[in-house]
Design a protein around this ligand. Structure first.
Ligand SMILES: [Mg+2]
Ligand SMILES: [Zn+2]
Length: 193
């Protein structure tokens, strides 16, 4: 469905997946982060990812990036940061299988990104694309995010667990509708599984 993806591991065997939101979960959400020097990891995020990997979850990032559609940064900028990020995950022994992103916005984007798409969370399109690209045990898979839109996307895609975490690990907890669990941050979420 969405062509907006980077696949790092094309031979992923049948497996459960931990789908990870990016901003507010992996990195501090400074808004429209697209450069390494703005990319501040949430404390213990990589340790949390490694724990999930050790517990048998493949790791896939699913992230709304309307900053592309809004011309705050380009697809090339996002690609550069994403490949750097994949390197950091690999070094942390938590290799990413893929990153799916949505560059669209229904009102605030410029062409060709101005559209009501199926990939922008709370739509489940990125998760459904991943399940087409890979052999994923969706009913055994989990999504970890900091917004109710993440939780809704996970529910729509048929994921058993949707863990809502505090944005940046510190900000007040958002709307818990459609979540199944709550945790302080990605590391704490990894301990629940
Ligand atoms: Mg987020
Ligand atoms: Zn989209």
């Amino acid at each position: 469905m969405t062509p907006y993806k980077f696949l790092f591991d094309r031979t992923l065997p049948y497996r459960k997946v931990a789908f990870l939101d990016r901003d507010g979960v992996i990195n501090v959400d400074h808004a429209y982060v697209y450069q390494r020097n703005e990319f501040d990891f949430v404390p213990q995020a990589l340790e949390g990812a490694r724990t999930l990997y050790q517990k048998g979850y493949a790791l896939i990032i699913v992230t709304n990036q309307s900053g592309i559609g809004r011309s705050k940064y380009s697809e090339a900028d996002f690609a550069k940061l994403s490949f750097w990020l994949a390197g950091r995950f690999k070094e942390a022994q938590a290799p990413l299988s893929a990153i799916y992103f949505c560059p669209h916005h229904p009102e605030k984007a410029f062409a060709p990104y101005l559209m009501e798409c199926q990939c922008r969370k709370p739509q489940p399109g990125m998760l459904l694309s991943a399940s087409k690209d890979f052999d994923i045990a969706m009913s055994e898979s989990v999504l970890i995010g900091d917004k109710s839109s993440d939780m809704t996307a996970g529910k729509e895609a048929g994921l058993a667990r949707r863990i809502l975490v505090h944005t940046d690990g510190t900000r007040p907890l958002g709307n818990t509708t459609d979540s199944t669990d709550i945790a302080q941050n990605l590391y704490e979420a990894s301990q629940l599984l």
